[in-house]
Design a binder for this molecule. Sequence first.
Ligand code: ARG
Length: 458
Amino acid sequence: MKKPWSGRFKQSTDRLMEAFSASIAYDSKLYAHDIAGSIAHAKMLAHTGIIRPGEANKIVSGLEKIRKEFETGRFEFRQSLEDIHMNIESRLAELIGPVAGKLHTARSRNDQVCLDIRLYLRAEVGEIRAAILELEKTLLDLAVKHIDFIVPGYTHLQRAQPVSLAHHLLAHLEMLERDRGRLADALKRIDVMPLGSAALAGTNFPIDRAYTAKLLGFAKISNNSIDAVSDRDFLIEFTAAAAALMMHLSRFAEEVVLWSSSEFGFIELSDAFSTGSSIMPQKKNPDPAELVRGKTGRVYGNLVSLLTMMKSLPLAYNRDLQEDKEPLFDTVDTVKMCLAVFTGMLQTATFKQVPLDKLRQSGFLTATDMADYLVGKGLPFREAHGVTGRTVAYCLEENKHLEQITLGELRKISSRFEKDIFDYIALEKSVDRKDVLGGTSRKRIRQQIARLRRALVK
Ligand code: ARG
């Protein structure tokens, strides 16, 4: 197949070189965006009188035909034509003849490839944001159902203080909401039209960039042609936001793995979102959470690949930039899959309330409340902390939990203790006393849920 750029070449491309430089195996994903961009460009060329309207019509209907060929799986890919852009251009020439050659007026593959990935990413970011929203709504529904579930909150993975399960789930929701916001910010810098930069300098033709941008629905037009063809920070920013999102999913996944162990026993995944063991018949494993945790590494790797690929590139376009696509596509596919699976996994999971007696028996969850109680009785907090610490030490020696020791025993440690201490350190009381903005009291959680119901919109 004759290459569109072969005019100055005397020898044909080595087969090895052809295979090495081809990107068609993966950038075929961009076909719809490439065609949309070409249609807009052809219309602009006619609008500005650079080509005739009849010529533009021929080009547009040829491109529409090619779109059908893709949609019906009839398009014949040729590796010798390197990438999606030249594959489409050559096919257009086969279909409509020499007039196809006018489409590339005032355009280079350099601004074309940039346009395509911007169009692609704009659409995908929309989908990813919608998928995050879906997960957030799932968490909100779960929070509503589990306000009264008391779970141990942890620091250092040691039992710390009692919290409502709803509060814990809403903590994850907050992270996801920031991820959604980060993607919305990234979108501002994705939604910029590079067409008209041509190879790097701009073009000799009197094009109308605003017209093309309007046809393609871009919010902005790039200001500098050299920057426009060599900038990839919009996709690095996207991948960084995706990496942060995966980091959040991975932390949550880690908890799901821990929580589904018999040691924790806070959650049971549905059979539909679990897998078994080929040897141990009793096993039911939280593989979806483990895979999300594992796939986080790929997305981090993609971010590092992109940053490294860019770091020493002189302006403007360099072929290295072709290496942007696989990490980008892999990031998009991984993130979408992980979000969908995570949502399904949570929607079908069952949370299990650990019996309150069991919670009372381990971890001294309300020790901080005891110290706060003593502050209420006039002790400075540091002294109250010391007294409570000695009480915990006493309990450990006597093999008792906090609510099991008698007032007499307590008063031997500090005369500030009175009989209202037992009510003060009850688990539910502890939770509801965290009545500050952002605290775990059930009243505050209900307020947060009401706020989120209003906030969680597209
Ligand atoms: N397939 C190339 C890429 O993805 C398209 C741009 C090629 N431009 C060039 N001057 N060789 O980057």
